[in-house]
Design a binder for this molecule. Sequence first.
Ligand code: AMP
Length: 112
Amino acid sequence: MSACLFCRIVAGEIPAQLVAETPEAIAFRDIAPKAPVHILVIPRRHVDSLTVADDAAELGAVAQLAARVAVQEGIATSGYRVVTNVGEDGGQSVGHLHFHVLGGRALGWPPG
Ligand code: AMP
């Protein structure tokens, strides 16, 4: 059993609302959505954060899946945001690389 929460979701040990998947990545709904559409896109392989992401193809697959999910969720035309929080100041609370896909309302900028 993996200790990492998102590795456990990848393994199917913890349920998640999957919205899309590829051989390299999965996308599932955030458990505490901050916008009408809030999906997390993660590599299947454990990677701590963007800082140590070392596989460009894998990172590309995650980014492409984020864009595909935005289209699928109907927010590509109205607009959306993809963000990855890194470390303490970045507000990262789960130590497995994830891209947030947020949309369905006008998003504030700059972030708090
Ligand atoms: P971050 O704070 O950037 O590391 O993002 C972690 C995100 O994971 C937060 O938005 C949480 O709401 C979300 N989250 C935590 N546990 C789960 C879970 N079991 N299923 C789906 N999303 C989760």
